[in-house]
Write a protein that binds this ligand. Sequence first.
Ligand code: SUG
Length: 416
Amino acid sequence: MTLVEINFDGLVGPSHNYAGLSLGNLAATKNAGKVSQPRKAALQGLDKMRGNMASGLAQGFFLPLPRPNAGWLEALAADATINPALIASAWSASSMWTANAATVSPAPDCADGRCHLTVANLVTMPHRSQEWPDTLAQLRLAFADSKHFAVHRAVPPCFGDEGAANHMRFCEGHASTGVEVFVYGRSGGRFPARQHEQASRVVARSHGLDPAKALFIEQSPEAIAAGAFHNDVVAVANAQVLFAHEQAFADREGANDAIRAAFPALEVVEVPSSRVSLADAISSYLFNAQLLSMPEGGMTLVVPGECRENTAVSGWLDDMLASNGPIRAVKVVDVRESMANGGGPACLRLRVVADPATVDPRFMLSEAKADLMAEVIAAQWPEEIDPADIGKAALAQSVLSARAALLAALNLSELA
Ligand code: SUG
């Protein structure tokens, strides 16, 4: 059995819109009220998937969840008097950011030798708190092979869990035993700390991780207050490399020492605040990059186009490339529609280390399937959504029928 890293990207749903629902997510609140372009957004995401697949990497996908979520509105006894933000919440396409779908511990790290996944409860934000039941259904389908996977229910709701966005794994190679690092927030000043320490500990226990290889590290309150609502806005790890901002963790030296004690081969690529401020890191999403081990060797950092538009960030990237570090290439992708809601290349993917042959093949991407998806998107996804139209019956109908057409094309109508 060959274990490889598979990136499961969330396909951007037909209801993608800018309702400004996420307090503490500066891009989303800044763009509240703007007209979105769901068709363009989904095609941008699909192009990112195609690009990684063309590099020889295994690529999977998850489907948009049913929106508007009529069951949720019913549970809220929604009527004409209800707060419009709650209506918009029921329309949110936020499941596209699959880094928040679940936390994943690959088989070599887990006591029973299976890959464990815990669906994230996302309780802090109302619009995200409704995702987990439908995400769980999808995970249970994609990873139904119980010889290789264990899919867990969400952590009980008092403990906020935002999934893999706050989880890093260090290893010699993806298929070897790793050290898993859970980053939680205690305080975020003016903004909520969405990942709670207890939730991370529940996930580590239920995955059967070796306590010596599971670390719990506090995110810096300044980073949360500056708009890093998840750790993956200020840090990303791959194999032996930690790529992080100097102000990512509450105790920078303590964090590096603890990781190095558990994983001596650690290589830290740190960006000092004197080169890139927290504000520039957050507006460009430098760290919300995919750090990928390439099939030919070396690592590539897949960054959003916004990084090349920021002088400080672009200059740092050039210097990094000129140095002899572990990151050998930088690839720029256009995911602007997602970025405007605070979701970069790394938010859009969930990493699962597995043998692709053990995954339900309907969730694995091929060029032919990407072509088919692009056809459905071009024909069915709304070109634009003006937030003023959210809640209108005609738009709801077109969003529902667009998703149904995609499920039918992919032979996944059981997720309807
Ligand atoms: O939870 N944005 C998402 C972005 C998630 C990014 N994910 C990672 N960092 N891994 C969020 O804040 C905006 C939706 C709106 O406002 O309509 C939103 O939910």
